[in-house]
Design a binder for this molecule. Sequence first.
Ligand SMILES: [Zn+2]
Length: 352
Amino acid sequence: MKIFYSVDHHHHDPPFEVLDGRSVPYFETPRRVAIILAALAAAGFASPIAASPATLSDLTAVHTPDYLDYLAQAVARWQAAGLSEPVLPSAWPLPGLRLRSDCPQAAAGRYTFDLSAPIMTGTLTAALSSAGTALASAEALLQGERYAYALCRPPGHHAAASMAGGYCYINNAALAADRLARSVTGSDATWTLRAPAVAVLDIDYHHGNGTQSIFYERNDVLTVSLHADPSREYPYFLGYADERGAGAGEGFNLNLPLPAGVADRDYLSALAQALQAIADYGPRYLIVAAGFDTFYDDPLGDFALTTAAYRAIGAAIAQLGLPTLFVQEGGYAIDALGINVVALLQGALSYA
Ligand SMILES: [Zn+2]
């Protein structure tokens, strides 16, 4: 299994986030990568490869030019207005309000949907490194690898075409999915004519709202997500079971919201349903948006999965027989994060 990692991730290290009305230390810390790398080495995995950073033009595959321009300029414009880091919104253009201003504070509200995606001086560097990690991993699959693991940081699945949030700025899994899909269908095929190409299976505790929205009207990428019911959990405003896709994408999005306290057996049962939907779709490639905040000890989740579950999840995914790219998303029980990643990857490798 080839492993790629975001060598520049440590440039992104925000001091705080605002969660449920409180200012708290930032959960998505650089230490997460160090813990995972150490666990992979201890388990005997091949040395990780430092991927080249993506360019802003690479990112136009799934993000809008105006959003990318915002990300690239946000800190400089914030500072020019006399403000100090981090860039963080304090007001949002909700329905009924007017989006007339492009001043730095208004732009922050326009392009960020919560208070957990602050932009620092090093954020863009880290995000480009993370995106490059996903693209290099996708390239490995195109060159015939059965498995690759992209140790992306910052994560990506909450980032939509023109929206940051939930620790995410660039949607790494979506970028890889788009690259793989275009390799199957050709870059100029219209979406309505494209064949089934890629399935994205999101197993993070939180719904992958960004990934869903990017592919919502496409039929060449099936998006499937198992997650905490958004009626009680972040991201609240997307992730319900009745969201099935639209237009050419109608029927190509599947959400499986789960109740609090879900443990290994019920989770694996829901996973079987997700995997059946993917098998029925018949993709050429699989991307797993691999979050580990489903772990029983995670400070941000209320599921009850054990390390053994990740091994079982990996083995179940492997039974699809597809070239598979695991893309790192969440996971904040940091001391267990490394062994849980290893369990998932070893689970996949254990299925011959
Ligand atoms: Zn999460």
